[in-house]
Design a protein around this ligand. Structure first.
Ligand code: HEM
Length: 122
């Protein structure tokens, strides 16, 4: 059986660490920080669970939050090109700190970039 990206990168711990790094960027970002709620912890958990599920991990995200419907869930946020690019910058910086194969890295960056482009709504 083929392994999932989730398994190859080391499971849930990988996604928790990745999202922690990403949020270090969000915390100090003048465009993104005001879009996020005061308490960043629930959003961190949801993002880590979503990404883990997307790459073949357990379906905990779906169990807790239901169908992802990312465009709908982001409709309340004004996502301009600048906000999208800031998001991509922090996420790519976070991915760069993580250890994984070049193929997995390329797949991850390509998906995140595509998804972020899809969520721009202004
Ligand atoms: C394009 C720029 C993006 C911006 C500005 C943005 C912003 C946000 C904000 C403000 C939240 C709410 C956080 C909270 O309630 O604590 C959120 C939640 C979330 N975002 Fe994004 N996001 C972006 C792109 C993405 C992308 C590309 C993905 C997936 C690959 C993603 C996945 C999620 C998930 C899974 C949640 C949690 C949804 C839930 O409540 O279950 N976001 N995002």
């Amino acid at each position: 059986m083929e392994s999932s990206l989730y398994e190859r990168v080391g499971g849930m711990a990988f996604f928790v660490t990745l999202v922690n790094h990403f949020y270090e960027g969000v915390q100090d970002d003048p465009i993104l920080r005001p879009m996020y709620p005061e308490d960043l912890e629930p959003g961190k958990e949801h993002l880590a669970l979503f990404l883990a599920q997307y790459w073949g991990g357990p379906s905990t995200y779906q169990d807790l939050r239901g169908h992802p419907r990312l465009r709908m869930r982001h409709a309340e946020f004004v996502i301009t090109k600048r906000a999208r690019d800031a998001w991509i910058t922090h996420m790519t910086t976070a991915v760069d700190t993580m250890e994984m194969s070049q193929d997995d890295r390329s797949e991850m960056v390509a998906y995140l970039d595509m998804a972020a482009h899809n969520l721009r709504n202004r």
